[in-house]
Design a protein around this ligand. Structure first.
Ligand SMILES: CCCCCCCC/C=C\CCCCCCCC(N)=O
Length: 535
């Protein structure tokens, strides 16, 4: 979509201002160690780390490997890579090993056979990781807020409890952005998390610790949450799979901060993993009976689906243009689908997507059905203590005295100028987009859409491109399920990927497409050692 001369001028001014701000930020921001850029993740030496979770569970049940061996393999890998990526912020390794030994004993004593175990405990003996924003008994639950230092969970969030009940063993909790509201997983409690494909780059957020530990092969399955892209952005930047389910299928209880206003309808808890085949079993476990309405076990015939491809958001002035390598990756998917499945992928433009950020922001700030406004970001930052004054916090930040990140302070500042009710125009755009997409996708449509306009950016860069997350955020507001799918690596060795968007309750379609694309494009690649796809 061509921009008018005025729009081009605005883009030019915004980019210039962003560049200048970035230069000032670089001058003021605390220096980081330079050794990080020279270091890479060590190669994977234990083949157990390359086995999907469900296959590990089968091997454990059949006594081809013990749970202790699997858990120990992951502990060794985390100990090797975590000093480089800072993804796991608190571990429970001794307890995990004890639980693994109990699993091995249980299997030894089980007389009912493998099927009984598979039915009752489908993930028996398999390790997993959890975003720190969720409660996991005995682990911290600060969501990166300094004032929540020392908050230890007494119980498990329901999806975590369900994974444990299915026999999975938690290894620990992983980093996230302050209050789960930024693309960079950074806070003043645990520091900054790095991308395993390039330690100078971000792993995304807010479930960035999960993305990073999975991408680095320090975990095989994990728990994330997403109100604007927090499962999909880290899954994309770290080359793994992530699924934002149909709203309400997986419980959001037991995470901090709780969603308020209309946000409970936009927030989704979901699985993140390295192998596409683990998505459905994880979702079934995490959603329990709620997943019955998704018919996740019904066969999907990809040849009978209708595929659509939208290349970009139509040219929002606030958002970066889509990287050429991502455009090419999406094109390769279209070609492959057409060649392999004999389908015709329809190229589309959805003009309302240009307002994705405005739609997300207006709806996130809208009052709930009870008329109550959502809790403000500044209130969440204050955490029932002294009121947070964003300008004062910013002044403190420049001299290193703020407990908050620049991103959180910036969000509190922007919030001061936000309207409390969406404008009529934005409501119209949202409703017309919702109508168009629901009609288009029906019960057999899959939409291909970029996950983000850029490849994993360098640390702190999102401060100057804060609206880019709207490529994911808009689907939270529409309540549509989306699977994030990796598509090989860029010329710089960074993950490429794509969002697969489907109609409400049609999760099985995007999940089945992800399994197919994993076969076609190779899925997750080991950081540092894989062949590069893009040209
Ligand atoms: C210092 C610059 C701050 C400028 C703020 C501009 C406004 C941008 C608004 C929101 C950014 C939110 C990013 C959300 C990322 C994912 C959230 C999630 N939990 O799913």
């Amino acid at each position: 979509m061509a921009l008018t001369r005025f729009e081009r001028f605005v883009v030019w001014v915004l980019r210039g201002a962003g560049g200048m701000l970035f230069a000032v930020f670089q001058l003021l921001a605390p220096r980081r160690g330079s050794e990080r850029s020279a270091r890479r993740l060590p190669p994977i030496t234990n083949p157990l780390l390359r086995v999907p979770a469900m296959q590990l569970a089968r091997m454990i049940r059949r006594r081809e490997v013990t749970s202790v061996e699997v858990v120990q393999a992951y502990i060794d890998r985390i100990q090797e890579i975590n000093p480089l990526i800072n993804a796991m912020v608190k571990d429970r390794f001794p307890s995990a090993l004890q639980e693994a030994a109990q699993v091995d004993k249980l299997i030894e004593e089980e007389t009912g056979g493998e099927d009984v175990l598979e039915d009752r405990l489908p993930l028996l003996g398999v390790p997993f990781t959890v975003k720190e924003a969720f409660t996991l008994q005995g682990m911290p639950n600060s969501t990166g807020l300094v004032t929540r230092r020392g908050v230890i969970s007494a119980t498990d969030a329901p999806p975590v409890a369900l994974l444990k009940r299915a026999g999975a063993i938690p290894l620990g909790v992983t980093n996230c952005s302050e209050l789960c509201m930024w693309l960079e997983s950074h806070n003043h409690l645990y520091g900054i998390t790095n991308n395993p494909y390039d330690l100078e780059r971000i792993p995304g957020g807010s479930s960035g610790g999960e993305g990073s530990i999975l991408g680095g092969a320090g975990s095989v399955i994990g728990v994330g949450s997403d109100v604007g892209g927090s499962i999909r952005i880290p899954a994309f930047f770290n080359g793994v799979f992530g699924h934002k389910p149909t709203s309400g299928v997986v419980s959001n209880v037991g995470q901090f901060p709780p969603a308020t206003g209309q946000q409970p309808g936009f927030l989704c808890t979901g699985p993140m993993c390295r192998y596409a085949q683990d998505l459905v079993p994880m979702l079934r476990v995490m959603g329990g009976h709620q997943t019955d309405r998704l018919s996740l076990l019904s066969e999907v015939d990809l040849k009978s689906l209708r595929f659509f491809s939208v290349a970009h958001d139509g040219g929002s002035l606030l958002v970066s243009p889509v990287d050429r390598q991502l455009v090419l990756a999406q094109r390769r998917v279209v070609e492959r689908l057409e060649a392999d499945l004999g389908v015709e992928v329809q190229q589309l433009k959805l003009p309302q997507l240009k307002y994705s950020f405005q739609i997300w922001s207006a709806m996130m700030g809208a009052p709930g059905k009870d008329g109550k406004q959502p809790t403000s970001f500044a209130e969440l930052m204050a955490d029932h203590g002294t009121k947070v004054w964003p300008l004062w916090e910013m002044a403190k930040w420049t001299v290193g005295l703020s407990k908050h990140t620049m991103a959180a302070i910036g969000l509190a500042l922007v919030e001061m100028f936000q309207r409390s009710h969406p404008t009529e125009f934005i409501i119209q755009q949202k409703e017309s987009l919702q109508r168009d997409l629901e009609e288009l996708l029906g019960t057999d449509g899959v939409l291909l859409y970029p996950s983000h306009p850029q490849l994993a950016p360098k640390h702190h860069h999102p401060l100057f491109t804060p609206f880019n997350f709207s490529y994911t955020g808009v689907f939270n507001i529409l309540g549509l399920p989306v699977t994030q799918c990796p598509l090989g690596l860029s010329t710089e060795g960074l993950p490429l990927g794509l969002q697969l968007v489907v109609g409400k309750q049609q999760d099985r379609l995007s999940l089945a497409t992800a399994v197919y694309l994993e076969k076609a494009f190779g899925g997750w690649r080991e950081p540092g050692t894989t062949t590069i796809e893009a040209t």
